[in-house]
Design a protein around this ligand. Structure first.
Ligand SMILES: Nc1ncnc2c1ncn2[C@@H]1O[C@H](COP(=O)(O)OP(=O)(O)OP(=O)(O)O)[C@@H](O)[C@H]1O
Length: 252
C-alpha cells in the first residue's frame, strides 16, 4: 500500500470551553479527492486551518509524505506543495485574470510586495496561460477580475491555488454562493485537474462542501464530522448508507 499524502493524527483545538476539534484522525492518499462534510459548527474549518498552519492545534500531528509539518507556516506549506482556497474570494478585482494568476505565483515564491505593485510577468505568463486554457477562462483572461460573475471569479480563485503547482489543495466550500448552473462545471474541472496533471503532478484535494450532490459525485472518500469528532469515513455509497450519518446529518 502506498504512503499517505496527508496524515492527520489526533488533532485537537479548543476555543475556551468549546472543543472545536476533539481528536480528529484521517489520511488522504495520493491522487485522492477527499470530502469533508458535517453540520455548521462541526469543526471542519478549524481542522482545515490547523492543517494549513493558520492556527496552532492544541494537540496532534500532521504529516505530508511522511514528514512532520505540524505548525509550519502557510508559506512554508505552500512551498512544500500544499495549496488552499478560502470560503471568501481572494481575487483582486482591479487586476486582470491573468495578472491575478501571476501574482498568486509570485506570492508562492515569497515576494511579499507582489500584491502592492503591478505584476511583471516574471516568466510566469506561460504557466498562467496553460491554466487559463485548462480552466476554460481564455475569453475573460484580459478582463478585470472584478467584472466577472461570482462563479467565474471562483474559478480564477481555484486557478490561483494551482499556480504554485501543488500536490494537495484544500478547498473550502468551492460551491458556496455559486449559481447552481456553474456547480457542475467546477466539479468537471476538479476531476480534470485530478486526472490530467498540468505540470506533471496529479492533484489531490480535500474539499469542505455543504452541497451534497457535488460531494457525492466528486469525492472518492468522505469524512463526516459532528461536534468536532469523526463520525464516519467511507466511499460516497458507504456514507449514504451509514445509519449514524443519516441520523446525525444527512437525514435532517
Ligand atoms: N476563532 C474562534 N473563536 C471562538 N470559537 C470559534 C472560533 N472559530 C470557530 N469557533 C467555534 O468552533 C466550533 C467549530 O467551528 P468551525 O468554523 O470549525 O465549524 P465548521 O464545521 O467549519 O462550520 P461551518 O460549516 O459553519 O463553516 C464552532 O462552535 C465555532 O463557533
Amino acid at each position: 500500500m502506498s504512503q499517505a499524502l496527508l496524515k492527520v493524527n489526533g488533532l485537537k483545538k479548543a476555543y475556551g470551553a468549546i472543543q472545536a476539534v476533539g481528536g480528529v484522525s484521517f489520511e488522504v492518499m495520493p491522487g485522492e479527492i477527499f470530502g469533508v462534510i458535517g453540520p455548521n459548527g462541526s469543526g471542519k474549518t478549524t481542522m482545515f486551518n490547523s492543517v494549513l498552519g493558520q492556527i496552532s492545534p492544541d494537540a496532534g500531528s500532521i504529516e505530508l509524505h511522511g514528514k512532520n509539518i505540524t505548525g509550519l507556516s502557510p508559506l512554508e506549506l505552500s512551498r512544500r506543495g500544499v495549496g488552499r482556497t478560502f470560503q471568501t474570494l481572494q481575487v483582486f478585482g482591479k487586476m486582470t485574470v491573468r495578472d491575478n494568476l501571476i501574482v498568486a505565483a509570485q506570492e508562492h515564491k515569497g515576494n511579499m510586495f507582489s500584491r502592492m505593485f503591478a505584476p511583471g510577468d516574471s516568466g510566469l505568463g506561460e504557466k498562467a496561460d496553460a491554466l487559463i486554457d485548462q480552466f476554460r477562462i481564455r475569453h475573460v483572461a484580459d478582463k478585470l477580475a472584478g467584472t466577472l460573475s461570482y462563479g467565474q471569479q471562483k474559478l480564477v480563485d481555484i486557478a490561483m491555488a494551482f499556480m504554485a503547482e501543488p500536490d494537495l489543495v484544500l478547498l473550502d466550500e468551492p460551491c458556496a454562493g455559486v449559481n447552481p448552473s456553474l456547480v457542475g462545471g467546477i466539479s468537471t474541472l476538479l476531476k480534470d485537474l485530478n486526472r490530467n496533471p498540468k505540470f506533471g503532478k496529479k492533484a489531490s484535494f480535500v474539499v469542505i462542501e455543504h452541497n451534497m450532490d457535488f460531494v457525492m459525485d466528486l469525492c472518492h472518500r468522505i469524512m463526516v464530522m459532528v461536534e468536532g469528532r469523526v463520525l464516519a469515513i467511507g466511499t460516497p455509497a458507504e456514507i449514504r448508507g451509514n445509519k449514524e450519518v443519516l441520523d446525525a446529518y444527512l437525514g435532517n
